[in-house]
Write a new protein. Sequence first.
Length: 293
Amino acid sequence: MRKEVRIGNKIVGDGHPCFIVAEIGINHNGSVELAKKMIDTAVNCGCDAVKFQKRTIDVVYSKEELSMQRTSVFGETNGDLKRGLEFGFDEYCEIDDYCRKKRIMWFASSWDVGSVDFIERYNPPCHKISSACLTDDVLLRYVRSKGRPVLLSTGMSTIEEIRHAVAVLGEDDLIIYHCTSTYPTELEEINLLGIQTLKNMFSCPVGYSGHERGIFASSVAPVFGACSVERHITTDRTLWGSDQAASLEPDGLHRMVRDIRHIPKIAGDGKIVVYDSEKPIIKKLRKVKTLNV
């Protein structure tokens, strides 16, 4: 029997409403006010949670990487950019308070052990492991040691690497996300049938983390078996930032959530019946009755 996972007050798994995560990530561009606008969008569109990213800059990146020339709104080096995008204690306290007031869950993908401890102080409903960190056994074990549900993205990973990560984490309280780590993802590389492949391999719930343009693939992912859908969101795709082009603006997020919520209604129960709404049409249009055979 396929396992279910409780995230806060939501049950994630087959037969339950799709768990929809709006990833703010680093699209806030270092602004708490911009992050709040995206939280408002997620709430207004009916998402179940918002997600951020957390890094200890000097741990995740080498001195060489941080010193590389990279012009941005924050300065002239890669380090200036990374530090400018990183929220600290005060910012996350404000975000935590705002999400509580708006009654929406929030959590983060932590890229290092110190960041896990940082996010832990806010009592998150779960921890996310990004595709980039799937092969970091130390991080995987540390996240699992916190005793919270774990969400695992599988972009740019082989089947063998995914199997190993799941073996390290265990399948209890785990949700695996099919994912392609290109921003934006081309249609030919979305591969929604990969959701079913992962469901056949593991007994835990499987979701979809999308980076494609538009909403179609994410909207139909539950038809392919996804019990959760995660998408980057933004207030404006033309804003500065590497993730903006693969993100959904408010109207796109609204339409995606609406379409996903309609899937159980249009799926029905599979029984072939004559609906009451059809009976007047029968009287009006059908001229010949079924013959007895």
